[in-house]
Design a protein around this ligand. Structure first.
Ligand code: OXD
Length: 318
């Protein structure tokens, strides 16, 4: 692949560490920074081949006649799929890295086990200098429902099953994962029925927005725990506190919210039944060096007129 040639890229906010890591693979990248493609001169606009994007992409990408790739820098691409954001003919790619699954597995197991073993109560007993603790119950009687069976979700499911949990998985199309009971949306209620932990790892699409709502919660076991590490808009925020108040939910760990960071006055900050983890679940291991080869590979491919890898399917929305 032609990584020796100059490759012009546009970004508004790519950290310098990423540029440096990319340069070790593609030494001749030329970086243009702008939040709006219209801020660039006519000549520069004509040279740009790819846009590298965290969160929202630069505006008016349609002004770039040679744009052949919009590379999202995370697993989720919902913001790139907002109509009018990336021109229809431009392929969108996302980051796909095994470490995302490793980090997410660690995150989900941490919080499921924390909930299962009532860790907060142990801290409280320690504070009171109280010895001993309750029997948490056999792990094999506990049911975890994982929504989303992509690469990350499947790894989470397999790891939870290996510890001994009963694991159910939900995906848009029926999947088969060893040791996991798999469901599709047609059997959503059966998937939810009696789950003690509900874990959302879904991509945000028109079908999945608001899926964590009171109707969903009502089908879980009494006192079930919620973990949302998908996108903030999966949760109907107004339904959470009532579900906690009624005892339907026993607690919630939320890595993502619609407004990030939430305002200081947001009720979720001050509710001890809720833990906010600040959109850190899967990012923890991924360094610039881990993603640079994938991005450089895609830059080389588009420079050579080839189709980039790890493409997003716009119809599916992920
Ligand atoms: C992602 C994220 O999409 O970190 O990868 O949210």
């Amino acid at each position: 692949l032609s990584l020796a040639a100059e490759i012009h890229i546009l970004t508004c906010n790519l950290p310098l560490s990423y540029i440096a890591a990319l340069r070790t693979q593609a030494p001749n990248i030329v970086v243009h920074r702008a939040t709006d493609a219209g801020e660039l001169g006519e000549e520069a606009r004509k040279t740009i081949l790819a846009a590298l994007v965290w969160g929202m992409p630069p505006h008016r990408l349609h002004l770039l006649p040679k744009l052949a790739l919009v590379q999202g820098m995370g697993a989720g691409v919902d913001r790139l799929l907002t109509p009018g954001t990336v021109p229809e003919h431009v392929p969108i790619a996302r980051i796909s890295n095994e470490l995302q699954g490793v980090a997410m597995t660690e995150y989900v197991l941490l919080h499921v086990l924390r909930q299962h073993r009532s860790l907060q109560a142990a801290f409280d007993r320690h504070q009171r200098r109280e010895w001993g603790g309750p029997d948490s119950g056999y792990v094999g009687t506990r049911v975890i429902g994982v929504m989303g069976l992509g690469e990350i979700g499947r790894r989470v499911c397999r790891s939870a099953a290996a510890i001994g949990f009963q694991v159910r998985g939900l995906s848009r199309t029926q999947k088969a994962v060893e040791g996991v009971q798999c469901f599709d949306p047609g059997s959503f209620d059966r998937f939810l029925e009696g789950c003690q932990h509900l874990v959302c790892l879904l991509p945000l699409t028109p079908e999945t927005g608001g899926i964590l709502n009171s109707r969903t919660f009502d089908r879980l076991a009494m006192g079930a725990f919620l973990i949302n590490a998908g996108r903030g808009a999966h949760l109907v925020e107004a339904d959470l506190i009532p579900a906690l108040d009624s005892g339907r939910l026993g607690g919630a760990t939320l890595d993502v919210l619609v407004d990030e960071p939430p305002p200081a006055g947001h009720t979720f900050w001050s509710d001890s039944r809720i833990l906010l983890t600040g959109h850190s679940a899967a990012a923890s291991y991924l360094a610039a060096e881990d993603v640079a080869p994938q991005i450089a590979g895609n830059l080389g491919r588009v420079a050579a007129g080839l189709v980039p890898r790890d493409l997003v399917d716009r119809r599916k929305g992920y």
